[in-house]
Design a protein around this ligand. Sequence first.
Ligand SMILES: [Zn+2]
Ligand SMILES: [Zn+2]
Length: 298
Amino acid sequence: MSGEYDTGSGAISVERRSPEAVFGLLGDESRLRILQALGETPDEPVPFAELHRRSEVADSGRFNYHLGKLRGTFVRRTDDGYELTYAGRQVIGAMYAGVYTANATVDAIPVEEGCPACGGDLVAEYAAETARVDCTACDAFRNDFAFPPGSLDQFDRTELPLAFDRWMNHVIGGVIDGFCYTCAGRMSGRLVVDEPDGKMGGLPAHAEFECDRCGSTATTSGAAPMMHHPAVAGFLYDHGFESGRTPTWELGEVGLPRGELLAESPPRMAVRLEHGDERVTATLEADASVSSVERTSA
Ligand SMILES: [Zn+2]
Ligand SMILES: [Zn+2]
């Protein structure tokens, strides 16, 4: 399969292979050893003889044959030797992430700070490849999201709540920028108006994102697109909250976002943060994008 797209001044040409053909290539131990050998130094091309030695495939004819099979898909040849392609790196990344192998759980870890909405106790947990950071006392602070099992042992138990929170912010940031967290395809967003008794984070609407290609979805608070806007990040920073670094549960010190619908169908929503007499207000459109941000002080 292949495709050419006319972009006006030039073409983007993409050659596509079937998943069966591509993944079929990985069903061989020697080939996986070659990929792992390249993954030992992911940013340096490896000369042929060195790659042969590292991958420990005894017979040089067999080594040559399997390397040839990987070329063009998972491995590329350069003037300085062989290196992983993007897809080859993804295979190595998946091995580390434990996507295909790990089965992990983490017992509930109390979070030192309280819920930003009600002051109740927060706990972090992990099971079925899903991380959770929830308030035990109210429904306003609930977060669950996929977290790679292979990353759990990169952190001490006490570091995990913050690691979960950062990962969630990292993934949501990518989603809001329009990239799917599963396949890097394009994501489209929409605002969804909630019933009065089902408000997420106390806002009248939440945001949903869906990948146009693989169908992965993400649901976020209606405040998330606003929180990732640079003007809002600046407001937060001026009041001691570093977006993506300060844990989400410390947002209460700035003040929780409040919002109101500007229109029902298609939905538009205004979301604001206040600190003292300063205020920042963002307008969210039906596609969950931020169309304007206004910062005022009395
Ligand atoms: Zn709470
Ligand atoms: Zn996708």
